[in-house]
Design a binder for this molecule. Sequence first.
Ligand SMILES: [Zn+2]
Length: 241
Amino acid sequence: MRHIILKDKKITQLAFQKWKLEDIAFWEKYLGITPTYEVVTTDYSDYPTYIDSDGDIRPTNAYLQKLNDLAIKRDGDFGTDFVMVMIHEDNWRSDTDTTKGIWGTNYSYVFGKQCLEYCRWDRDNEANTFGTAYHERHHSFDAIIKVETGVDIQPLLEVKKYDHEITHGNNPRWKYIRYKENLDSLKIMKPYLQTAFQTRKNKHEEVAKGLMQTIIKLATQVIYLLKMKQNMKNGVPKVTT
Ligand SMILES: [Zn+2]
């Protein structure tokens, strides 16, 4: 469970550190996974939005695509599992309409071979920040399990609409995720998520190994060409006395 966090520069280092420690402890406890986080400080003081068919204010897909491309540039497609766009409440533009608003959106495999989470960072309520980041990643788990392991997790959770029934709690067994709800769903998904994240990590390592082998092959060729050049001769050199 590897993250690239595109952290709003308005979020203090101290607040971020606190969230990170709580996040690590949570996934360790419920999935048996120790997540990693790579932080890229990002300026969200002005970002492009549009109003969708439901009337929600959303960042443009072109903008999110640009963020995703930027995030995966260094380590490639399988270098991370999540790209998290974490935007401070002061810069958050998806609830500027006073009648309605959204605090986040999950985009599973929309902008690349990763999941992107658009999340609001609450100015002074840590539980809200934690809940939003958990909620959006929870949305992606059924897709991650399906893509990486081929397993449809819905029958195992006894639901037909994962997002609607579990993440949004429209089922007597489950609650809308605001903070740390639906832990039992994590218990059921645990072995599948462990396999899924491990599979992605292995893929990343294979790519890195392949690249290293290519470099070694090229270096060997260069050395050979150098030796050729140093030992080139035409006929028998004349012995001068
Ligand atoms: Zn949701």
